[in-house]
Design a protein around this ligand. Structure first.
Ligand code: AMP
Ligand code: ZN
Length: 477
C-alpha cells in the first residue's frame, strides 16, 4: 500500500499518515453555517477534502472510511437572519443546507458519509458541558456557561499562542461576566425571541465550538484520525474544540489536523465581511461546476489561491484539452482494472499535491493522444479516466461537454423531445419549461446528481436557470 503523507498543523510537520484502525478511518471537516449562499472560498475546504476522501477510500476501501461534515444550523448569524426576514430557524437552515448540497454536487463533491446537524445534537452538547463543569474546566455565569482557559494547561497547543496574545481578540459583547477574557462560551443564556433549549444550567443555546466537539464524539468517536477546515478556523475554533474534547475525555481529539489556505481576490481573503465574495451558486450559472472544481484544485491546498477570471479561462481550456483526449478515443472502451500513473498517485500521496497531480493527468492525456494500437488506446483511456475520477474530473460524456448531444437519460425521461444542442437553436419555451421543472423535481427529491445533469444540459442549450424557494425560473443567455 502506498504511504500517504500529510502536513499536520499540530506538529507543523509532514507526517506519514497511519490511521488508528485502517478498517475505520475517520475524518471530520467543519461544514457551513447555513444562513446564506456559500461563496467560492467556502467551497475550497469541501472540494479539497473531497479529494482526500477519494484518496482515503481508494487506499483503505470505500466502506472503511467515515467522513462527517456538519451543518452549523444554530448560530448568531442565523438568528440575525431570522430577525431580518421573519422566517423560522428551520426555514432558513433547510433552505440553505439544500442549496449548499446542490452547489457541492455541482462541484463534483461526493456526499460525505455523515452530515450531522447541530440542532439534532443539543443533548450531546449539554452532556459534554456537564462533564466539563464537573471536572472544573467550565463554570456558570449569568450570561452563560464558559470554558475556563486557565484550567487547561495545554490551551494554545494548536495555534501556539500564549494567553497574552489572546486577550485582545477575545472581547465579546455581552460576556462581561467571564472570569478571563480568553474564556469562551459553551452555552449562551436564552434571550427573548431567540431559539433556546432547556438545560440543567439554564435555558439557552450552544456556542459554536461545543457543537463540533459533540458532533465529532457522537458520529465518529473520541479520537479521530483527521480533522480539517480552513486556516481561519485554526484559532479560536479548533483550539477550542481541542480544549473542550480533550479536557472532557482525556484523549486527543484528532491525530492529524489539516488546514486549507485562503482563496483570495487581489490578495485579500474572500469573505462576506470584506464584501469581495463571488457566490458558488452564481458562478455555477456561468461555468460548468467541473471548471470551478479544476480551478479550486489548481493550487496546493495549503497555499493561497487567487481567484481571477483568467484562472477560470485557463481551467476551462485545460479541461477541454483533457476531454479532447477522451473524445479522440470515443469509440474505445476503457480497459478495466488499471491504475493511474505512479507520478499521479505519488503527487496525491505527497500531502495532496493537486497541481502536480494535474500535471500528471495532462501527461496521461498526452499518452492517450499518442496511443496507437487498440490495446494501448484502451489502457491509456482507462488510466486517464481513473486519474480523473480521483480528482473528481472527466466523468462527463465528451459529446455533452462539447455540446454535440444532450443527456440521453434525460431525453428518455422526458419522452420524445428531439433535442440537439447547438448554440443557434432557439429552444421552444415548453421544452425548456419541461426541463426546468424536471430539474426542480429532482432537487426536491434530493437527487442532486440528476438535477445537476439537467442544469448542465440547460446551460448547453443557452438557458440560465435561477433558483428560488418556490421553484426555478429561467432566461435565455
Ligand atoms: P463559514 O461558513 O464562514 O464558517 O466558513 C465555512 C468554511 O469555509 C470554513 O472551513 C472556512 O475556513 C472556509 N473559508 C471561509 N472563507 C474562506 C476563504 N476565503 N478561503 C478558503 N476557505 C475559506
Ligand atoms: Zn468545527
Amino acid at each position: 500500500m502506498r504511504t500517504i503523507e500529510l502536513t499536520n498543523s499540530l506538529t507543523r510537520a509532514k507526517e506519514i499518515f497511519t490511521p488508528a484502525d485502517p478498517k475505520r478511518v475517520t475524518m471530520y471537516v467543519c461544514g457551513p453555517t447555513v444562513y446564506n449562499y456559500a461563496h467560492i472560498g467556502n467551497a475550497r475546504p469541501p472540494v479539497v477534502f473531497d479529494v482526500l476522501f477519494r484518496l482515503l477510500r481508494r487506499t483503505y476501501g470505500e466502506e472503511h472510511v467515515i467522513y462527517a461534515r456538519n451543518f452549523t444550523d444554530i448560530d448568531d448569524r442565523i438568528i440575525a437572519r431570522m430577525s431580518e426576514t421573519g422566517e423560522r430557524l428551520e426555514e432558513i437552515t433547510n433552505k440553505y443546507a439544500d442549496i449548499y448540497e446542490a452547489d457541492m454536487a455541482a462541484l463534483g463533491v461526493l456526499p460525505p458519509t455523515l452530515a450531522p446537524r447541530a440542532t439534532a445534537h443539543v443533548s450531546e452538547m449539554i452532556a459534554l458541558i456537564e462533564t466539563l463543569i464537573a471536572k472544573g474546566a467550565a463554570y456558570q455565569a449569568q450570561s452563560g456557561v464558559y470554558f475556563s482557559v486557565a484550567a487547561d494547561a495545554n490551551y494554545g497547543k494548536l495555534s501556539r499562542r500564549d494567553l497574552d496574545d489572546m486577550r485582545v481578540s477575545a472581547r465579546v459583547e455581552g460576556e462581561d461576566d467571564k472570569r478571563a477574557p480568553a474564556d469562551f462560551a459553551l452555552w449562551k443564556a436564552a434571550k427573548p425571541g431567540e431559539p433556546a433549549w432547556d438545560a440543567p444550567f439554564g435555558r439557552g443555546r450552544p456556542g459554536w465550538h461545543i457543537e463540533c466537539s459533540a458532533m465529532i464524539e457522537k458520529t465518529l468517536g473520541r479520537t479521530i484520525d483527521i480533522h480539517g477546515g480552513g486556516i481561519d478556523l485554526l484559532f479560536p475554533h479548533h483550539e477550542n474544540e481541542i480544549a473542550q474534547s480533550e479536557c472532557a475525555h482525556g484523549a486527543p481529539l484528532a491525530r492529524v489536523w489539516l488546514h486549507n489556505g485562503f482563496l483570495t481576490m487581489d490578495a485579500e481573503k474572500m469573505s462576506k465581511s470584506v464584501g469581495n465574495v463571488l457566490l458558488a451558486h452564481e458562478l455555477l450559472q456561468r461555468w460548468p461546476g467541473e471548471v470551478l472544481r479544476l480551478a479550486l484544485l489548481s493550487a496546493h491546498y495549503r497555499a493561497p489561491l487567487d481567484w481571477t477570471e483568467d484562472l477560470l479561462k485557463q481551467a476551462d481550456a485545460t479541461l477541454k484539452g483533457l476531454y479532447g483526449a477522451v473524445d479522440r478515443l470515443n469509440d474505445v472502451s476503457p480497459e478495466g482494472d488499471v491504475e493511474p500513473s505512479d507520478d499521479f498517485l505519488d503527487a496525491l500521496c505527497d500531502d495532496l499535491n493537486t497541481p502536480m497531480a494535474m500535471a500528471a493527468l495532462s501527461t496521461l492525456a498526452t499518452d492517450a493522444n499518442k496511443a496507437k494500437s487498440e490495446s494501448e488506446k484502451a489502457t491509456a483511456k482507462a488510466r486517464l479516466l481513473k486519474a480523473g475520477e480521483m480528482l473528481g474530473l472527466l466523468q462527463r460524456d465528451p459529446d455533452i461537454v462539447f455540446g454535440r448531444k444532450v443527456n440521453a437519460s434525460l431525453n428518455a425521461t422526458l419522452g420524445n423531445l428531439q433535442l440537439h444542442a447547438t448554440a443557434t437553436v432557439d429552444w421552444p419555451a415548453e421544452k425548456i419549461d419541461a426541463l426546468v421543472s424536471a430539474r426542480f423535481a429532482a432537487r426536491r427529491a434530493k437527487n442532486f446528481a440528476e438535477a445537476d445533469r439537467i442544469r448542465e444540459e440547460l446551460t448547453e442549450m443557452g438557458v440560465i436557470v435561477m433558483d428560488g424557494p418556490e421553484g426555478s425560473t429561467w432566461r435565455r443567455a
